[in-house]
Design a protein around this ligand. Structure first.
Ligand code: SPD
Length: 446
């Protein structure tokens, strides 16, 4: 009899266990885990999505929203850590890497009765996503454009002129000693400097700027390393995502950064009377885009694709742009109208042709130039590509150039901690020595 009850208890235990496991799975199945850049969304949209999703699918969902500052951190979590994010938002060259390495799932764009808003994305963006180089795969099946922009200099007009920054060589101009904030993102520094180093050859047609973005040879790495080293006396600090705040506080004179952060900083600085602007050096630079992708280890792929769809509504695009300063990939007439109204309100008057992004009807529109560059500016820019197994060499170069550039405050703290530990160890040793010699004397007395 005892044995029978024991057997029953074991079965009940197993059932209880499997139920709770099942319970957890159910919870996870109704969770949407998003891993996005910091400061990159109107966060109210997250809760509103939960409601919208339930209305459109009859299923509940809870959004868990986590943040990263640079692509490489996000990539490591998925590539090495196999994290089960349902959705993330890498840049062009990282999407390329993830696609080449089989780390992405195709996005299901069939939403039943729910309207498909993904068609709101500009054909320009679809064409740029098509430039992702992943043999045998159509990148547009795996990524939907979210935001796009350029890389250049955000500068404080009180100290620097646009003319000063007409070339990347401003980075090692001695008059900017200790005044430059550098983006702490290896690819975003390497690529424009590689363009700078090859400028003459690009001009003469010997080098194709698009092809150059695949180059990570030892020679090119050494050239860029030398250029960064030359700029080091000018570097105030390295920043992944806080440059915009530092610039609004008047601390550094200019910042190698992304157009969206620049736009955000320009707006914020204006409120406190600081006059910032943004420019792209004449030699050229990068344009980039960040796109929604569903990683291989995702669990809730349905909610992930619905979320992408939700982000492509004109309303979501407009609200995101208003909050973060970046430019949405969505190019509907509503977006154009809103952005035009805003630019006029801010005092812009110059009509421009923006058909390359908005299509027909945008021949003479008034739009903010930091956010929406002219076609002729855009034509000086190129898209980055995955550096494959050369990535390690780039990261090594990066830690070499940054290694001896530690903030003096941090160096001071490290030195103080080392000295403190040394004092503790020495004083313990001397106490031990005294105790031993005392014990020795006591033993002799006996
Ligand atoms: N704070 C959000 C920043 C997102 C910028 N993405 C730009 C990537 C360029 N490679």
């Amino acid at each position: 009899m005892k044995r029978f009850f024991f057997f029953l208890a074991v079965i009940a235990g197993v059932l209880f266990q499997s139920n709770s496991v099942l319970g957890q799975q159910l919870d996870r199945a109704h969770t949407l885990k998003i891993y996005n850049w910091s400061d990159y969304i109107d966060e109210d949209l997250l809760e509103e999505f939960e409601q919208w999703y339930e209305e459109h699918t009859g299923e509940p969902v809870k959004v868990i929203y986590q943040l990263f500052d640079i692509n490489e951190v996000m990539l490591a979590k998925i590539e090495k850590g196999h994290s089960d994010y349902d959705l993330t938002c890498p840049s062009d060259y990282i999407i390329e890497r993830m696609l080449r390495n089989g780390l992405l799932l195709p996005i299901n764009k069939d939403f039943g009765d729910t309207p498909n808003y993904i068609g709101n994305v500009s054909p320009f963006m679809v064409e740029k996503i098509g430039k992702i180089d992943a043999p045998g795969k159509n990148p547009n099946d795996y990524a939907v454009g979210y935001m796009w922009g350029t890389s250049g200099f955000l500068y404080n007009k009180a100290f620097v002129t646009e003319e000063d920054l007409s070339s990347w060589s401003a980075l090692w101009n001695p008059k900017f000693e200790g005044k430059i904030l550098m983006k702490d993102a290896p690819r975003d520094v390497y690529s424009p400097l590689l363009i700078y180093a090859n400028y003459d050859k690009i001009q003469s047609g010997e080098v194709d700027i698009e092809q150059l973005m695949f180059d990570m040879s030892d020679e090119s790495l050494a050239t860029v390393e030398e250029l960064i080293n030359r700029s080091k006396p000018n570097i105030y600090g390295w920043e992944a995502d806080f440059g915009k705040e530092i610039m609004t506080q008047n601390k550094a004179w200019f910042n190698l950064t992304w157009s969206g952060d620049a736009e955000w900083a320009i707006r914020e600085a204006e409120r406190v009377g600081v006059n910032l602007a943004y420019t792209i050096p004449e030699e050229g630079s990068n344009y980039w885009f960040d796109g929604w992708v569903i990683p291989k280890y995702a669990v809730n792929t349905k909610a992930a694709s619905y979320f992408i769809n939700y982000m492509c509504r004109s309303e979501s695009a407009i609200r995101n742009m208003d909050v973060i300063g970046y430019v949405s990939a969505v190019a509907t007439p509503e977006v154009l109208e809103h952005m035009q109204e805003q630019s006029i309100e801010n005092g812009d008057t110059q009509e421009r042709d923006m058909t390359y992004f908005f299509g027909e009807g945008a021949e003479n529109v008034i739009l903010n130039k930091v956010m929406y560059p002219d076609k002729e500016t855009f034509d000086r820019l190129a898209l980055m590509h995955d550096s494959g197994d050369r990535t390690q060499a780039l990261l090594e170069m990066w830690s070499r150039v940054k290694g001896d550039n530690l903030n003096p405050v941090i160096l001071g703290i490290i030195a103080a901690v080392v000295i403190l530990i040394a004092i503790i160890v020495i004083s313990r040793k001397s106490k031990d020595k005294k105790r031993k010699s005392k014990n020795g004397k006591n033993t002799k007395k006996k």
